[in-house]
Design a protein around this ligand. Structure first.
Ligand code: SF4
Ligand code: SF4
Ligand code: FES
Length: 318
């Protein structure tokens, strides 16, 4: 005899979003409630395949009766809740978050949505002055709590530092890092359970680091690349993409994406092969895949070179 389990229907809650009354199932977040109403809410540290960590605060909304603004990505809807997603307070807060991030971090490779949000909220990162030059010797990676040198008020402090090139698979360019924690979550309990990277330092000197800042090959990293898959700013990037960008040959308008199945084992992960000029230039995985939810292992993510062996013995360009 087979037994079929059917999930109990969820209680419907009645709430108001921007003056309109809606019904949502219990457990819905305010972000999902806003999406149900067709409201575009900015997010930076949120991703549907990760546990919300509430660190960027760009998604905040106003909830009637709440002293502080609340993060929409993690706060659950409650019966009778009254939410304002576009009040002056919300707009000012989102503007401030985007301004401070853009004044200190290189966001040039962040998604087009990030740039649209900056425009929508009138973010003016330039009002903090020109970017200050990175200090020689990159002391940022070794900074201890309390070592921060206050800015001189003439230039904006930045997290600028040279990209870390210490292996053949991917690079870490922390001058683009907004400290969203997504890579830490993907390397940790949300996917890989390897814990090769974490946040070191405090305050402005907080940064993503391997244990004792050792190079990646000496760390616990297993090169699954799940951190690259979730990074929203290009701080973590395939070495192939990095090299092509430096050579001026990276061109997404010439790339196609083909979804296929990983050939290495029976799990059946979906792969998205990004192909330019008849060569695979990087591999991603769809976030909505039931099994892998966007995550892969080293073989699926980086083991594609064999495809590019040509019959004449040459290799396709990486
Ligand atoms: S490649 Fe995988 S193991 Fe290495 S730091 Fe990234 S998530 Fe962690
Ligand atoms: S490296 Fe990328 S994913 Fe990791 S914290 Fe920085 S911006 Fe977020
Ligand atoms: S997206 Fe909600 S706190 Fe970052």
């Amino acid at each position: 005899m087979s037994v079929t389990f059917v999930a109990a229907p969820k209680r419907l809650l009645t709430m108001t979003v921007d003056g309109q009354t809606i019904k949502v199932p219990e457990g819905t977040t305010l972000l999902q409630a806003c999406q149900q109403r067709g409201i575009d809410t900015p997010t930076l540290c949120y991703l549907e395949n990760l546990t919300p960590v509430n660190v960027c605060r760009v998604c905040v909304v106003e909830v009637e009766g709440s002293r502080t603004l609340v993060p929409a990505c993690s706060r659950k809807a409650e019966d009778g809740m009254v939410v304002k997603s576009d009040s002056d307070r919300v707009r000012a807060s989102r503007k401030g978050v985007l301004e401070l991030l853009a004044s200190s971090v290189d966001l040039s490779l962040a998604s087009p949505e990030v740039h649209q949000w900056m425009e929508r909220y009138g973010a003016e990162p330039d009002r903090f002055g020109p970017s200050s030059a990175p200090p020689p010797g990159n002391p940022r990676d070794r900074a201890r709590p309390g070592e921060h040198v206050p800015a001189d008020g003439l230039a904006a402090a930045t997290v600028s530092q040279p990209a870390k090139l210490d292996n053949d698979t991917y690079i870490r360019d922390y001058s683009r890092c907004i400290l969203c924690y997504k890579c830490v979550e993907a390397c940790g309990v949300d996917a890989q359970n390897t814990f090769a990277i974490a946040v070191a330092g405090r305050g402005f000197e907080a940064r993503i680091s391997t244990e004792f800042d050792v190079p990646l090959p000496d760390s616990a990293c297993v090169y699954c690349g799940n951190c690259i898959g979730v990074c929203p700013t290009g701080a973590l990037m395939f070495k192939s993409e990095f090299d092509m960008r430096n050579a001026g040959t990276w061109d997404e308008s010439k790339q196609t994406i083909t979804t296929t199945i990983c050939p290495y084992c029976g799990v059946g992960c979906n792969l998205e092969l990004h192909v330019q000029d008849n060569s695979i230039v990087k591999v991603t995985s769809p976030l909505d895949h039931d099994i892998t939810r966007g995550h892969l292992c080293v073989k699926g993510r980086f083991g594609y070179q064999f495809v590019q062996h040509r019959s004449d013995g040459s290799e396709a360009q990486q």
